[in-house]
Ligand binder design. Structure first.
Ligand code: HAM
Length: 428
């Protein structure tokens, strides 16, 4: 009988195994530490939401909703979607629970988009992000961008370019969109067919990376020149704030981003050492009308999300954020049947040490090979002699050959002493 074909991970989705997954752990830890220092608390919400949340939130006609969403029906016929991003779900949480404002939250989440997979672009990717609901103070925009900036710096990334723009409010953007449409109609012949035929959503053309479209949009009217007085002042206070904090940035008048919810401030971080088209390592902006669109009170909001996979690729390109998991304090090799290893592991773990062991009947040689492979600092060997004497042999695996007999009751203390001698600290 032939074997059934193995089941593999879904196209565009990836497994992350130890020790690479340790990097992810540290990544999220550093992010949490960075944003908790600024008063952000973790928010958890379901991975699945009603489709209409994203239709209302991200926009009925946006690419993400029309082409990329993973949709499903549950057994009661509800139309659900796996979250393609984290902002609309957080806004839904706010509307449902009405926490006091300003409400500052952070999250770490997978996000699902049915995109064409390529280097740096996946159908399941992971984001860390923040959202703040309840203030339109431009200093908050500065705070949010500064947090992302500090996080990249904390990871050691040095080649990050920050582009900023303003999408204006509903009123000034409407005037701009008319002007942009008129300009694009005049240049229709030079645009890619897909845009030439559909100028009902002209902002999307600004996002197009096709060289022909870029040549046209290079000289297109700029949203920044259409801002009304309030939006202009808001944007100036934002960029002045960034400069005051020494955060380098440049204006990208074509930065519109892919979701319909953005108003006023938008920004995107690009890793300039990543040569693929997928070099955006984070982005965000204001969404002052979204809470109302989702059925809540008129509260403004702002946030960003950072793509974990992309940032790790950027770190690889720059040779930074190389972390390796801490080794174990000890590895137990029991030559007397296993009960001693069972008890020693339990006792030492309760005392706070990190300990693993070999299972099954093994020779001393095979057991020590496993001990070395585990990266442990010490091997705890239990032979018949030791068992009888109520002792163990503690072997220092970092300085080959050095070992001592230690009473079982002294083992935890001996491990600490060994770590101190080698200039390390045991985990306890
Ligand atoms: P976004 O720009 O769509 O924004 O995604 C944030 C980041 O996720 C991107 O900068 C990129 O690093 C990463 N990313 C996006 N799509 C993929 C993909 N297919 N594969 C790998 N990485 C990807 C948002 O999601 C907004 N919710 C951000 C936001 C928060 N705006 C306001 N608040």
């Amino acid at each position: 009988m032939s074997q059934p074909a193995p089941v593999r991970a879904v196209k565009g989705m990836k497994d992350v195994l130890w020790p690479e997954s340790y990097r992810w752990e540290v990544f999220v830890e550093i992010f949490a530490r960075t944003v908790q220092r600024a008063g952000y608390g973790l928010v958890l919400s379901p991975l699945v939401e009603e489709v209409r949340l994203f239709q209302r939130g991200i926009g009925d006609h946006s690419e993400v909703v029309t082409k990329e969403m993973y949709e499903l029906s549950d057994r009661d016929g509800r139309r659900l979607a796996l979250r393609p991003e984290g902002t609309a779900p957080v806004v839904r949480v706010f509307v449902e629970h009405r926490p006091t404002v300003p409400w500052k939250v952070w999250y770490a989440t997978p996000a699902f988009r049915y995109e064409r997979p390529q280097a740096g672009r996946y159908r399941e990717h992971h984001q860390v992000g923040v959202e703040v609901i309840g203030s339109d103070d431009p200093d908050l925009d500065v705070e949010v961008v500064a947090l992302a900036d500090s996080f990249y710096k904390e990871l050691g990334l040095g080649h990050v370019a920050l582009a900023v723009n303003s999408m204006g409010c509903g009123a000034c953007r409407a005037i701009y969109v008319d002007a942009l449409r008129a300009y694009l109609i005049d240049h229709r012949d030079e645009l890619r067919d897909e845009h030439a035929q559909r100028l009902d959503r002209p902002l999307r053309v600004l996002d197009c990376k096709d060289p022909a479209c870029r040549a046209v949009t290079e000289k297109a009217p700029r949203l920044i020149d259409f801002l009304d007085e309030d939006c202009k002042e808001h944007f100036e206070r934002f960029t002045q704030g960034l400069s005051a904090l020494g955060i380098e940035h440049h204006l990208d008048p074509r930065l519109v981003r892919g979701f319909d919810y953005y108003t006023r401030t938008t920004f995107e971080f690009a890793a300039t050492e990543l040569h693929s088209a997928q070099n955006a390592i984070g982005g965000g902006g204001r969404y002052d009308a979204l809470v109302e669109q989702v059925g809540g009170p008129a509260e403004p909001g702002i946030g960003f999300a950072i793509g974990i996979e992309r940032v790790l690729l950027a770190c690889d390109a720059e040779g930074c954020f190389e972390v390796s998991p801490p080794g174990l304090d000890a590895f137990v090799v029991d030559l007397t049947g296993g009960a001693a290893a069972r008890d020693i592991c339990h006792e030492l773990r309760q005392a706070g040490a990190s300990v693993d062991r070999a299972f099954g009947n093994r020779s001393l040689r095979a057991g020590l090979r496993l001990a070395h492979r585990s990266g442990a600092r010490a091997a705890i060997i239990v032979g018949a002699d030791e068992l009888q004497a109520g002792e163990v042999t503690l072997r220092d695996l970092r300085s080959e050959g050095s070992q001592e007999r230690v009473p079982r009751s002294e083992l935890a203390r001996a491990l600490v002493a060994l770590a101190q001698r080698s200039g390390e600290h045991p985990r306890s």
